[in-house]
Design a protein around this ligand. Structure first.
Ligand SMILES: [Zn+2]
Length: 67
């Protein structure tokens, strides 16, 4: 995987402890990122494997507070 080229976001159902990457052998947890909708107020949490950079949507919606 070349740096700077992003993989598509895959869906990953949550089950048990969420620390193992299903795409590689990494088992020590994920980075967290946020994929905001066009309105910049709602979106979803994306988790990213630190080893293989696979990105997963895990069904954690977010809604930002009003200013
Ligand atoms: Zn991985």
């Amino acid at each position: 995987m070349e740096k700077g080229i992003r993989k598509p976001i895959e869906k990953m159902p949550l089950k048990g402890e969420v620390s193992n990457c299903p795409a590689c052998d990494y088992k020590d947890g994920f980075h967290v990122s946020f994929n905001l909708d066009d309105n910049s107020r709602t979106g979803n949490i994306i988790i990213i494997c630190p080893q293989c950079s696979s990105r997963f949507s895990v069904g954690w919606p977010i809604q930002l507070q009003k200013k």
